[in-house]
Design a protein around this ligand. Structure first.
Ligand SMILES: [Zn+2]
Length: 325
């Protein structure tokens, strides 16, 4: 709405924003999203659902007889889905997190118009800083002379005339691509997500009741199953240990939580991880061929970022396959 108003207090800031928001995978059509590898597909679907729900809430919140104070036009003439998507993506890719309690204290309750916590703020100028996986930053909201100030402190040094980067968080490349529209080759936080059903299928494992119960009660099948440069994650290692070994819950827990896995198990899972990565490599190559074919027959829709991402992903999985950890 501030973009639409001619006399907006925020017009200098709004005009500094890019006229086209960054491209993110949730802008793909529903059919194209279905063709993505599982981890990216789930992330893109979630992000698309949030965008659609937000748009539908906005539409419902505007009164039918509402007209714009600056031009007298009806709501649907001032705000359409494209304008909304522009604002939504720009806010989501540029906003900083603020403590909702502090926002409530200074701005009052916003509960009647928000479906979640008031935890996002746009900071002109600050939102121009790019992310680096090697940057470390401390962010705080402080009071200075009666005003709330968002302060970022760089915790690593930057050479003269070099670009100053900040950290948006310890994000892997799927998260960076779905949330911000870019990814970083060599990102030290990158990893390959592994689904528990793929572990069982690829490694031909059947869980008995006690193994299944241990995995469920310790939440080992739901999240944080991944392989990165440092090898399998804590949860994946524990999942494999339980799935490979028939033992009691007490024994499982004592070994997993003291990280005292037997040597032969640690040596054996290098091969298991490689098999899981081969599946990923296959699926990535298949998705890459599909999107390359689509790009050659459908030049209207831009899928170049997805193609670049899948090419990068293919090389990353190959590096992990050669990893001895
Ligand atoms: Zn107007």
């Amino acid at each position: 709405m501030e973009r639409h108003k001619k006399q907006s207090f925020w017009s200098s800031y709004v005009s500094s924003l890019p006229p086209k928001p960054p491209w993110i995978p949730s802008l793909l059509s529903v059919e194209y999203i279905e063709l993505l590898p599982a981890d990216l597909r789930l992330a893109a679907k979630k992000s698309r659902r949030l965008l659609e729900e937000s748009w539908s809430r906005i539409k419902k919140s505007i009164k039918r007889d509402w007209t714009c104070s600056c031009c007298g036009k009806r709501a649907d003439c001032v705000l359409d889905v494209n304008t909304f998507t522009w604002g939504y993506i720009l806010v989501n890719t540029r906003a900083v997190y603020v403590n909702p309690e502090i926002v409530r204290e200074s701005c009052g309750s916003c509960e009647d118009i928000l479906s979640d916590q008031p935890c996002m703020a746009l900071c002109p100028y600050l939102d121009m800083f790019n992310h680096s996986h090697t940057a470390r930053t401390r962010a705080e909201l402080i009071r200075r002379e009666g005003r709330l100030v968002y302060q970022l402190t760089a915790l690593n040094s930057t050479k003269k005339h070099q670009q100053v980067f900040i950290s948006y968080g310890a994000h892997d490349n799927v998260k960076l691509l779905t949330e911000y529209g870019f990814f970083i080759p060599g990102n030290r936080f990158d990893s390959i997500q592994i689904r528990s059903e793929d572990v069982l299928k690829v490694l031909n494992l059947n869980l008995n009741d006690s193994q299944y119960k241990f995995i469920r009660t310790h939440g080992l099948d739901k999240s944080d199953l991944y392989i990165g440069e440092g090898g399998p994650s804590f949860n994946l290692k524990a999942f494999l240990f339980v799935a490979f070994k028939d033992s009691t819950a007490k024994n499982f827990a004592s070994i997993i939580y003291s990280d005292s896995y037997p040597k032969h198990f640690l040596e054996g899972i290098v091969d298991s991880c490689r098999k899981l990565l081969y599946l990923h490599l296959e699926l990535t190559e298949k998705a890459l061929r599909t999107f390359q074919d689509l790009a050659s027959i459908d030049s209207e829709r831009d899928v170049s970022v997805i193609i670049d991402f899948l090419k990068y992903r293919r090389e990353f999985v190959k590096v992990l396959c050669d990893n001895k950890q």
